[in-house]
Design a protein around this ligand. Structure first.
Ligand code: NI
Length: 258
């Protein structure tokens, strides 16, 4: 299994990071993509990717931290992007739920990082919260020139899923689909499986039956199992297809051989 989106560098794991990574391997998670969210976590993601063969990194500034983006940060991100194990720009996007950075700044920084991704020919990892329409409108301006990407923790409907798929993107689903009555479960059940990646977003959004505890990549198994249950197919099949999808988006086979 592949955890297509986790934050193993976060301080939640300072006391047990090696153990958490080992748990994942034992659970059959052979690949993890550690996602940057600001300059420091991007630096930390690259460090983790240097330390572990099976961890890849993304670098970018999350909409919450858009106000920290400046030419110096951009310069450092650009330098990190040249690192072989940096597989995408992200997570970037818009968050109107918490509005931790002014919306006009969020948009400006989102567009700037999309431009960088186009220029560097990298896929993007997109975060949206209560901002899906605006995010899709903005991404549409760049989609033709981008090698795709992932709308992570996909917040939309099945129709919305087709919108981003038509733009050449994948969606990813996480622990939320295991919550009772989760709207995202419908998307996980009905969107084309060859465009769905699975993720944990560790340390957040812990799936059932561990909801309330700290999430970890080993728990991506519960996401895989839930999709299998929703779609009435074997978990092994879901695992194989979602693995292939993550490998395709992040170009893991082309660049790294697996
Ligand atoms: Ni995240």
């Amino acid at each position: 299994m592949i955890d297509s989106h986790c934050h193993l560098d976060f301080k939640d794991f300072d006391k047990n990071r090696a153990e958490i990574i080992n748990n994942a391997l034992v659970a059959g998670v052979h690949t993890m993509v550690n996602i940057g969210a600001d300059l420091q976590t991007s630096i930390n993601s690259v460090k983790l990717a240097e330390q572990y063969d099976f961890i890849y990194a993304t670098v970018g500034v999350h909409p919450h931290d858009a106000k920290t983006f400046n030419p110096e940060v951009e310069e450092q991100l650009r330098r990190m992007i040249e690192h072989k194990k940096v597989v995408a720009v992200g997570e970037i996007g818009l968050d109107y739920y918490r509005d931790l950075s002014p919306r006009n700044i969020q948009e400006k920084v989102f567009r700037r990082q999309l431009e960088i991704a186009v220029e560097k020919d990298l896929p993007v990892v997109i975060h949206t919260r209560e901002s899906f329409r605006d995010a899709v409108d903005i991404v549409s301006d760049y989609a033709g020139d981008l090698p795709g990407g992932i709308f992570h923790c996909f917040p939309g409907t099945v129709d919305d899923a087709y919108k981003v798929i038509d733009l050449g993107f994948h969606i990813s689903v996480g622990g939320v689909i295991t919550f009772p009555g989760a709207k995202m479960a419908t998307v996980a059940a009905e969107a084309p499986l060859n465009r769905i990646a699975i993720e944990t977003d560790s340390p957040y959004l812990t799936p059932m039956p561990y909801r309330g505890k700290t999430n970890q990549p080993a728990y991506v198994k519960y996401v895989c199992d839930k999709i299998a249950e929703l779609r009435g197919m074997p978990a092994e099949e879901v695992e194989k297809i979602t693995d292939r999808n993550s490998q395709r988006v992040y170009r893991l086979v082309d660049v790294f051989g697996g």
